[in-house]
Design a protein around this ligand. Structure first.
Ligand SMILES: [Zn+2]
Length: 199
């Protein structure tokens, strides 16, 4: 992930410090920087102004108004995204962009909810959230995702897919999920968010 444009928004002194640190770790940015920059970007491109709160690095089992957290989720009851520490560790097996995807996916559930366009079944909800996540990441003005980042994102989306067709919680197959997030990225450069409409 490249935060070049993000840095131009902060004071010069901070930029120098950050730029030095960033060049030292050319590979991956840490979770706090990734989540903050991605959240800022999401806020700018989300036309529903869903404005969810984010709690990150929470342990599995923490309680929420939507029940115990057993993985990253968006809770409609308090408009809050929970990102678990386990998911942060899983994301970094792919790289920092994979963590941006997890936040963007959960944020998309907030946009679906606040925007009032949540599809009717879980698979459609999840695939649309993947598409929206790709769209938002591709459109955000402060973070740039290069080809390597997009590969990481497709890889983690593929990994979280499932084949449980008879389970009400079926989120989409690995291929469907990777394709949905890539479709969103493509839409951000071409035909716009309409590509994520579920027909
Ligand atoms: Zn989801």
């Amino acid at each position: 992930m490249n935060l070049g444009k993000f840095l131009t928004h902060i004071g010069i002194a901070v930029v120098t410090v950050l730029a030095t640190n960033l060049s030292l770790q050319a590979s991956d940015l840490g979770p706090e920087v990734v989540l903050k920059a991605t959240y800022l970007g999401l806020r700018q491109v989300d036309s529903t102004r869903s404005n969810p709160k984010v709690r990150w690095n929470v342990p599995n089992g923490v309680s929420s108004p939507c029940g115990r957290v057993s993985g990253s989720l968006y809770c409609t009851r308090n408009n809050t995204i929970y990102i678990t520490n386990q998911h942060i560790q899983m994301a970094y097996r792919y790289g920092d962009a994979a963590l941006a995807y997890i936040l963007a996916h959960e944020y998309s559930h907030a946009a679906q909810t606040i925007g009032g366009f949540t599809p009717k079944n879980i698979t459609k909800i999840e695939l649309q959230a993947d598409c929206l996540a790709g769209f938002y990441m591709g459109a955000m003005p402060n973070v740039t995702f290069d080809q390597q980042d997009i590969k990481q994102i497709a890889a983690i989306a593929y990994q979280v897919g499932d084949y449980e067709f008879n389970n009400r919680q079926h989120h989409g197959t690995p291929k469907q999920r990777a394709q949905a997030v890539l479709l969103g990225f493509q839409a951000s450069q071409q035909n716009g968010i309409v590509a994520c409409q579920i027909r």
